[in-house]
Structure formats: structure tokens, C-alpha cells
Design a protein around this ligand. Sequence first.
Ligand code: 5AD
Ligand code: SF4
Length: 444
Amino acid sequence: MNNSKKVFIRTYGCQMNVYDSELVSGILKKNDYSIVHDEGSADIVLVTGCTIREHADQRALGYIRQVLARKKTNSELIVGLLGCLGQRAGPEWQEMLPELDLILGPDAYRNIHFLLQNLPKKSFVEPENILEDYDDIPPLRKKGASAFIAISRGCDHNCTYCIVPFTRGRERSRPLNSIVKEVGNLVEEGFKEVTLLGQNVNSYSNNGDSFPDLLEKISEIRGIKRIRFTTSHPKDLSERLVGIIRDKENVCSHVHLPVQSGSDRVLKIMGREYTSDHYLRIIDLMKREIPDVCITTDIISGYPGETEEDHQKTLKLVEEVEYDSAFTFKYSPREGTPACTMGNNVPEPVKTSRLNEVSTLQRSITAKKNQEIIGKTVKVMIETVSKRSPEDMLGKTDGGKNVIVPNVKLNPGAFCSVRIVATSSQTLFGQLEEVLDDNGSMTN
Ligand code: 5AD
Ligand code: SF4
């Protein structure tokens, strides 16, 4: 059946949610819907929502309320909630927002075109098919140089704070050959970089193939210039993986390794299954083996039972590792997780001041590390026109740092050498020295 309904998708949350929106776009496009980038022209607005922290819920809720208000003047408008938030908040939000037409969790997208055609029936789809890996479904990706590709879904770790195992189910890894084939197709389509996604890429396991096996195979694909991956769990990061990052030129020297806390006591309560010593040993190994490795992390402040002493241990670890950057969060209780009922809550003002201390310390470390790059020449892959000015382009270093290159016009995916001349808190500013491949076509 030909259906020309226009769909706009708004995404909140991590790269996996971005990828999920691309999967849903792929399914809908195949079923003759058109995907639009202008919300005002859409017949259907879908929100892929995140629920990792209370703040994420509130952001999506604010947007959904705004879209639902448009139903007053456009009664035909269909509004749906997808993603982790759809899975967790579904039943509760249906009561709160009865005008929501569709609510689906991350394992229930396969028949979304069918469900949309059977509205106004509301649909909560439980992830009854927990084996869903969408292996056969091509996502509809934005044109550009860089593509996301999910290698696994779900998570088998039981971090006591985390809602993800409840929203995304048990871990499932896609077959190695299928992922390798998909990367090959992406190269043919013109993509230069892939980011391999999984809640914990290091525990990828399919038919005896491990994550290092997969990474090695992908790195051998002709034409793939950069391979990134996220997220790594410190418990599962192997020496072999470190060796591959060191030896394979197209495997980027960036490891995002969430530590969460510097205190062994808190790590234990969090169910992280490693000690700070183990963590620091991996950091040490990476710094020794991988030249110019960039290490980033996630940290939670104010965990139930976290004492001032625990907090000081986190500060000490941050100082010792000298991360390139860090995402720092205030602990946010998520209903249904073990931590939510632990009691022993840290008072809100204490949480806030600890968070500020961690992020202020990290900001100063990031600034210092960025200062050290000034005057150096780095290899940058151009990604897009800068939001700051249409005359400037934005690219990334191998380590994943953003670089603004002013007054150039280069194609996304072009590699160039850039001399860094200045930095702001998160961004490097450079001057183009040389375009390094024929993808560049510099015009001024
Ligand atoms: N509260 C605060 N931060 C959280 N994260 C996950 N769950 C919570 C929570 N309940 C953080 C972790 C994780 C990142 C994606 O989000 O640091 O690594
Ligand atoms: Fe991503 Fe976790 Fe948010 Fe789900 S809850 S979108 S997995 S960050």
C-alpha cells in the first residue's frame, strides 16, 4: 500500500537512541512513509526518548507536551514515544498523556508501520521478543562521513543505578559476518568512519567471535578510514584489544572507559565488578601502549552512601588519570533499580557541590591538556560545516577532539593536517596546513 505520510523523529539520549531512530526511519521509509526534517510539515511526530536520569525524562516530556498541544489545531497529528523512555514510562505515561497515540520500547520497532496504520489503537509492546537484533534491517542514515552501527543490544551487567537492563533487556550480539558486510556497504556508500555501538562493546560475543576479532576484521576492510567504538566496560577490556588499538592505524586511539567512582566501596555498591586498582592498571597499559591515547569517562557523584572520603577518592583518581574529558552526573534514582531502594541518600546540596568539584577539576585538566596541543599539527577528518559560521568547518582528531578549521570548504570525510592555534573549554581551533587526500577539493 502506498502511504505518503510524513514522519518527523526527534531523538534524545545516547548514540544507541540515535541509531534506533535511524532503524525506525529505515523501516518506515521501506513502507513508503517519508522522513522529513521539518516538524511543522509532519503528519506523525515520533520521539525517541531516553530515561537514564530524571532530567532526560523531563526534557522529552517537555517536548512531547509541546507537540501534543498542536493536536488542538491539527487533530490528525499522530504522536508517538519510542526508545528507552517508551519502554520504562509507557504504561504510566499513557495515563498521564492519553493523547499519545503510540508507545513502543526499543525491541518493538519491527512492525511500527503496521501499528501506525492501526491507530487510534494504543500499543504498548513489551519486549517479548527479547532476541530482536534488527540484524536484517538497514537503518536510514544521514548522509555524511560517519555512521553508527550497533554490534549488540541490551546489557547483562547489573550496575545497581542503571535502568538500561530494564529498558533494553539482555545482551544480544549480532553475527560478525553481517556487521562486516554492513561496514563494507557503508564504505561503498562513501562513509569513511564507523562507530561501533553497544552498551558494552567489550563483551561482544557471537558464535565464538569476540570484540577484538570483530574489530580486527573491520579494520581490514578496504576504505574504512576510522573505527570508533563505545561504550567499554573496564571489567571486559582486554590486553588484546589494547594491542589492536595500538597496531591498527584505522582504529582510533580513543577509549571511553566509564569509571563512575574512584572509591572501591562505592564501586562495590554500584555492582561495577572492578576495583580502582584494576581500572588504573588498564589506564596505565593504554597510556604505555597507545601513543597519544585519548581517554574519556563517566562519573556519578552523590551515590547512595557515598561519603566525603569516597568523593575525595574520585577526585584523586580523576587527577591521576588526567582524562581528556569526562561526562559528570549527579546520581539520579531510577525506580525499579536496586539503588533506588538502598536508602542512605546523599543530601541534594552535597550531591551538587561534589558534582561541581569533580567537573571543575576535570575542566581544568581538559584545559591543560588542550593547551599542550597548541602549536602541534594534528590529522583531522572533516565532518560538517561549523554551527558557528558557514565559513568554518568542524572535524575531529583521531582521539575524538572537535577541531574548528576556519575559512575552508572541504567535503565531509576529507582528511587534512591542521595546526592547532587556540582552544576553548571543549574545542580546538586550527589552521589548515594541507589536505591529505583527494576527497578534499579545497576551494578557498
Ligand atoms: N544516575 C546518574 N547517572 C547515571 N548514569 C547511568 N545511570 C545513572 C543514574 N541513575 C550515567 C553513568 C553512565 C552514563 C551513560 O550515565 O555514568 O555511564
Ligand atoms: Fe541510551 Fe541508556 Fe538513555 Fe537508553 S537509557 S537512551 S541506553 S543512555
